[in-house]
Ligand binder design. Structure first.
Ligand code: NAD
Length: 334
């Protein structure tokens, strides 16, 4: 019988990592997941789950000591939506924590001879100047330089992209780097300050009674693209099975304003709500993935419609809101 392929997923207690573990299991892998916390919304599908802090070299050694992994997926990062990344309050932590994780894990992958390494970078590496209008024509991978990301989160990702590619050049490692553009779906953070726009919008609409209003940061005309998590994973696995080291965009090119995203969620929910614009952290004015390169390199690009992914996501978040309400009632507001 053929030996099962083995994968180490760092960040397995998080949103994309949790989904990735499920997908790898469905494809027949033996999977070890690692995270500083357990997954909040679903039991892990991993064969083995290690709760550990990847900033500690001893943890990175421990998780790679007993098995020679075929594949490493490094998704662990100190991360969140605009309310976490763009306030400036978390900059030092974001840079220190994520860079330390990447330095530790990549070195450990080299020392233990892990066959292939995937690293999740972000659309946040693109220069602020290329994203000043709502009608963003699409960010090509080469537009990353001259570099000027609008957040320290983006600078750390850019540094780490370069780190992974330096290991590839100097140590002959097989490395694949993708830049994710706003990934969303069920089983992701939906409250607490680290949630991103699609989840925040679903929560607000689910929580708000008919006829009342929801709040949106800025004028709501800022534009983004959002990619459903299953499509993201399809891109990751196709990239890992290709010769392409990247960086490659993994994102949608279906551009939408935040106001229209809110209207889309209202329509899915069958609710009419007013929109109240308030000051808040915004990020760039417009951001869109250019998918020419991924199509060329992988012969594939994401095609799921935003409304289809948002429908699944809204249903899941509405269930979480209902559960929380039920729990608050049962606890008598305690
Ligand atoms: P997430 O926050 O749900 O997952 C990241 C996980 O890393 C969390 O579970 C967290 O506990 C873990 N982690 C943080 N510090 C750790 C530490 N010291 N030791 C061990 N684990 C630690 O985020 P996600 O949305 O699943 O993102 C996964 C990856 O994709 C991240 O690298 C992120 O930067 C990147 N990315 C995500 C998006 C997106 O839209 N979700 C966009 C661009 C890039």
């Amino acid at each position: 019988m053929a030996r099962k392929k083995t994968a180490l997923v760092c960040g397995a207690g998080g949103f994309i990592g949790g989904h990735l573990v499920k997908r790898l299991k469905a494809e027949g892998y033996w999977v070890r997941g690692v995270d500083i916390k357990r997954h909040e919304f679903a039991p892990t599908a991993a064969d083995d789950f290690v709760k550990g802090d990847l900033r500690e070299q001893s943890v990175c050694r421990r998780i790679t000591r007993d098995i020679k992994f075929d594949e490493l997926y490094q998704l662990a990062a100190d991360m969140g939506g605009a309310g976490y990344i763009f306030t400036g309050e978390h900059d030092a932590n974001v840079m220190h924590n994520s860079a330390t994780i990447n330095l530790n894990m990549l070195e450990q992958a080299r020392l233990t001879g892990i066959g292939k390494v995937f690293y999740s970078s972000s659309a946040c590496i693109y220069p602020e100047e290329a994203q000043t209008t709502t009608r963003n024509a699409g960010l090509k991978e080469a537009a990353a330089y001259p570099a000027h990301p609008d957040s320290e989160y983006g600078w750390e990702k850019l540094f780490s992209e370069r780190l992974y590619h330096a290991y590839m050049r100097n140590y002959g490692m097989e490395v694949h780097v993708a830049r994710f553009h706003n990934i969303f779906g069920p089983e992701g953070t939906w409250e607490g300050g680290r949630e991103k726009a699609p989840a925040a919008m679903c929560r607000k609409v689910a929580e708000t009674p008919e006829g009342a209003s929801i709040e949106i940061w800025g004028d709501g005309k800022q534009t983004r693209t959002f990619l459903y998590v299953d499509e993201c994973l399809e891109g990751v696995l196709r990239m890992m099975r290709s010769k392409c080291p990247g960086p490659l965009n993994i994102g949608s090119d279906e551009l939408i304003s935040i106001n229209d995203l809110a209207r889309m969620v209202m329509k899915i929910a069958g609710k009419k709500l007013a929109i109240k614009h308030i000051p808040g952290p915004l990020g760039v004015r417009g951001r869109c993935s250019d998918n020419t390169l991924i199509k060329k390199e992988l012969g594939w690009r994401p095609t799921t419609r935003l409304v289809d992914g948002m429908t699944v996501t809204y249903r899941w978040i509405a269930e979480q809101v209902a559960k929380r309400r039920k729990c608050a009632c049962a606890c008598g507001g305690r």
